[in-house]
Design a protein around this ligand. Structure first.
Ligand code: B12
Length: 387
């Protein structure tokens, strides 16, 4: 929360904190204030101040949706003139995405952001057309449209949260039956994705999956054991310091407080929360040198190089070192999850392509370049793939 530049402002952090059992006093108000300034300026073109030059990129549909969730987390409705314009913008985004799905078979952004946008409008008691909801219903039913044929637990969980809000709010009454069926389908898919350790999908999709199950379950008995097992697995992961990324932590905090995004329909802003102490940073100083092999086979000629870095360095440190040594270049883009790798050796990603991070032989990493810390002797591959 100390980082108030637009690059780091993250509405998801505010939502997570407000739905947790912790509070950050005046810092929280300042953070929401900065969110409002930045999002209004960048999205409404700031007619009052006449410039929006510090907005590097306009917030995406999903970012606008998260901003609206942040307002609800503070018990505000987007009722003012400015709020109404933001709601209209989000509805327009959704309409465009609906058309993209019609033409290309998938949205420009992702079904994750599509679900998030429906959820955000819903908690603000704003309705969307049946045909917008219909596209998400279809995608959940025919899952291959969601994620390269694989089930993305995060994406179905987000869709499930959106459906649960619509059902609770009695919106889209003519789709009621389909919405209820879809909620059941999502629950089933999440439960089926439970790993032997108890995670739904992987450790980082478990917080959203649990939110979905907790919010939608009518009979706690039926979901009880699976949820308990998942919670135990999460607590174990917490002890092992697996949660480093602020965005995933922000999705986890509500769950630890028995809350979900559905609570934003009527949030309890007076619930007592415990004041957070000052942040303590732990540094592990070491002078041990490790070797990490970096390889890129998606280009010609292929690149393969051993890089020497201090033990405990992140993959981003390895990439920086490789660049310093020469013969390797890369670019990143700031996102709510941290730096996202967009280009390697001048090869920018095209539409629905991404630079996948893998550990040899063929294991996709579960963390981004800033969070993943390779071990001595590891080989990391950067691979340009379609999704
Ligand atoms: C959609 C999605 C993708 C899409 C993004 C493309 C697109 N046009 O949407 C694809 C399939 C390409 C993708 C790739 C990756 N993803 Co992803 N992704 C998601 C998902 C489902 C939603 C993100 C989103 O839209 N958020 C909402 C919008 C409003 O926020 P945003 O910041 O503006 O969104 C952008 C970033 O999230 C970025 N992005 C997507 N994934 C990741 C991962 C990291 C580490 C970073 C820094 C950025 C990033 O793409 C979004 C669109 O521009 C999340 C699920 C979740 N629980 O958050 C996982 C999630 C964020 N991804 C994850 C991972 C691990 C990855 C990869 C590192 C996998 C890999 N081994 O290569 C790569 C990124 C590699 C890189 N180049 O840096 C993890 C991160 C866990 C963690 N500890 O931080 C999550 C939580 C999924 C999970 N449960 O494992 N992802």
């Amino acid at each position: 929360m100390d980082r108030l530049s637009l690059e780091h402002l993250n509405p998801s952090i505010y939502v997570g904190l407000r739905l947790s059992s912790w509070q950050a006093g005046t810092k929280e108000n300042l953070y929401l204030h900065s969110l409002k300034l930045n999002y209004q300026q960048c999205l409404l073109g700031s007619a009052s101040s006449g410039h929006n030059s510090h907005c590097q990129a306009k917030p995406s549909m999903g970012q606008l949706a998260l901003y609206l969730l942040a307002l609800r987390a503070n018990c505000e409705f987007a009722g003012s003139h400015k709020g109404d314009r933001l709601v209209s913008q989000l509805k327009r985004f959704l309409e465009d995405e609906k058309r993209a799905i019609g033409h290309k078979g998938h949205p420009h952004t992702s079904y994750y952001q599509y679900g998030l946008a429906i959820l955000a409008l819903c908690v603000h008691q704003k309705r969307v057309h049946n045909n917008v909801v219909d596209k998400l219903l279809y995608a959940v039913k025919h899952e291959q449209h969601l994620h390269q044929g694989h089930l993305s637990v995060d994406t179905v969980a987000m869709a499930g949260l959106a459906f649960t809000c619509l059902e609770r709010s009695h919106f889209n009454p003519s789709l009621r039956l389909q919405i209820t069926t879809a909620i059941g389908t999502v629950q089933e898919k999440i439960l089926k994705a439970q790993t032997p350790e108890g995670h739904f999908g992987n450790v980082y999709s478990t917080p959203l999956a649990l939110q979905m199950l907790m919010a939608s379950s009518t009979s706690y008995l039926e979901l009880g054991t699976a949820c308990l097992k998942a919670k135990a697995a999460l607590l174990a992961s917490l002890q092992n310091e697996v949660f480093q990324n602020t965005l995933v932590i922000s999705q986890l905090l509500p769950v630890l407080n028995h809350k979900t995004y559905i609570d934003l329909i009527s949030p309890d802003c007076l619930a007592p929360r415990v004041m957070l102490g000052p942040a303590t940073e732990t540094f592990s100083l070491t002078s041990e040198i490790i070797s990490v092999t970096l390889k890129v086979l998606s280009i010609f000629p292929p690149y393969k190089q051993s890089i020497f870095v201090l033990a405990g360095s992140s993959l981003e440190d390895v990439l920086k070192m490789a660049r310093e040594l020469g013969g390797f270049t890369y670019e990143t883009q700031a996102s709510l999850s941290g730096p996202y790798l967009t280009s390697v050796m001048g090869n920018e990603v095209g539409e629905r392509e991404f630079w996948q991070l893998l550990r040899d032989p063929d294991t996709p990493l579960l963390q981004g370049i800033a969070d993943y810390r390779p071990k001595d002797g590891e080989t990391i591959e950067l691979r340009l793939v379609r999704w």
